[in-house]
Design a binder for this molecule. Structure first.
Ligand code: PMP
Length: 437
């Protein structure tokens, strides 16, 4: 493919990267396979905007896949990282920074009584699962089709995110034995979960769910769905795990569990709690958490877990986010973006479904309401690709996949919203235009 002037340097860097890294990337969705074209190599981010290697500037709605609730290079976060870097980047010994971040998380999430820090959401989910199995003495787990909990073997079953973007079946290399105890149900289908409990009495350790699904696009829980999961798990002696890696400190200060008033047994966190550095965590009931080594026997460890640089970034981020009005502002920004999507789609006569909650938003090109993975997949992916590229041409960067959510930050401003509104008018018109050859 010949590169146009506006992406020549990205194309050159991508070709070079593909020589030394599979697909040229460190994580699949970044490669633009879901939309075609050249992935943009980024060189700088400031506030709500990013700049690529060809000097193009974009209003960013990927925000490091939701991690950057304060935008890029927020002064408080940069200052915290810089200060800590001068004192050492890693000790492999305890620091007070871990306790400080743990206290903030525990104060925000009443169901979380203790926290263990890890370095990725994958680790958090995988470890929470191990703990749930140990805590119940049962092996089976229930996950939902189109939900993504990282790439641990047992959870890589009918997963969202990159698996959905690339239309992959489950991954080769995951042995059948690793997923033999993983049961799946459609998101929002309480009856299917009840049936699994009936079919496997006394065998299910936990139900794990993204309480607001963000890895098949943004799909909200139906009224009563999460409460129903809480009741079913209690009734059958299983644990309820909320994977709030994406939603924690993003949809509300107290996450989706605050919005829906549900206390899960275990919660997974990531993204925002690290302010753009690699931090994730899992936490929950004290009696469960104290089963973790060295307090208990369930093993889980990490060389860089609780890394001081990352803890400092997380503390600075949460302290900024704890200011009054933050989540009202994030919610208003998401609602404004979604309103632009809706009005542009109406003008171009493109059927669209939209949703937003706190700092998360999303849309599907679909005539039908989207409530689960099957209805998400029925949306117009080719139209999405045209929409995506038209947005990119107009300086708006959203996730290069129809099956990912959008993210705002506290520093998206009126100017950014107006650019976005105008860009969506062009993008929705492009959805119905004859495709580019
Ligand atoms: N759980 C959820 C809900 C996620 O959104 C993600 C990542 N998008 C993960 C787990 C995995 O996190 P990580 O990419 O940090 O391993």
């Amino acid at each position: 493919m010949t590169a146009a002037a506006h992406d020549r340097e990205s194309a050159r860097l991508f070709a070079e990267a593909q020589e030394v890294m599979p697909g040229g990337v460190s994580s699949p969705v970044r490669a633009f396979r879901g939309v075609g074209g050249t992935p943009r190599f980024m060189v700088e981010g400031r506030g709500a905007r990013i700049t690529d290697a060809d000097g193009n500037r974009f209003v960013d709605y990927v925000m490091s896949w939701g991690a950057l609730a304060l935008g890029h290079a927020h002064p408080a976060v940069v200052e915290a990282i810089t200060r800590q870097a001068g004192r050492g980047t890693s000790f492999g010994a305890p620091t007070a920074l871990e306790t400080a971040l743990a206290k903030r998380i525990i104060a925000a999430l009443p169901a979380v009584e203790m926290v263990r820090f890890v370095s990725s959401g994958t680790e958090a989910s995988m470890s929470a699962l191990r703990l749930a199995r140990a805590g119940t003495g049962r092996n089976k787990i229930v996950k939902f089709t189109g939900c993504y909990h990282g790439h641990a073997d047992a959870l890589l079953v009918q997963a969202g995110s990159g698996i959905a973007t690339l239309s992959l079946p489950d991954s080769p290399g995951v042995p059948p034995s690793a997923v033999a105890d993983t049961l799946t149900a459609p998101f929002n289908d309480l009856a299917a979960v009840a049936e699994l409990f009936d079919r496997h009495p006394g065998e299910i350790a936990a139900v794990t769910v993204e309480p607001i699904a963000g890895n098949m696009g943004l799909v909200l829980p139906a009224p009563g769905f999460l409460r129903g999961l809480r009741e079913l798990t209690r009734k059958h002696g299983a644990l309820l795990i909320f994977d709030e890696v994406m939603t924690g400190f993003r949809v509300a200060w107290g996450g989706a569990q605050l919005i829906y008033g549900i206390d899960p047994d275990l919660t997974c966190l990531g993204k925002v709690i690290g302010g753009g550095l690699p931090v994730a965590a899992y936490g929950g009931r004290r009696d469960l958490m104290e089963q973790l080594a060295p307090a208990g026997k369930v093993y889980q460890a990490g060389t860089l877990s609780g890394n001081p640089l990352a803890m400092a970034a997380g503390i600075a981020t949460l302290d900024e986010l704890s200011r009054p009005g933050t989540y009202d502002r994030l919610g208003a920004l998401s609602a404004a973006v979604v309103e632009s999507v809706r009005s542009a789609a109406a003008k171009a006569q493109v059927p669209v479904q939209t949703a937003s909650v706190g700092g998360m938003w999303g849309f599907f090109l679909s005539t039908m309401p989207v409530t689960d993975y099957a209805s998400a997949r029925a949306s117009d992916a080719a139209g999405f690709a045209r929409c995506f590229h038209a947005l990119l041409d107009r300086g708006v960067y959203i996730a290069p996949s129809a099956f990912e959510a959008g993210f705002v930050s506290t520093v998206h401003d009126e100017a950014a919203l107006e650019e976005t509104r105008v860009a969506f008018e062009h993008a929705m018109a492009a959805v119905t235009a004859p495709s580019r050859t």
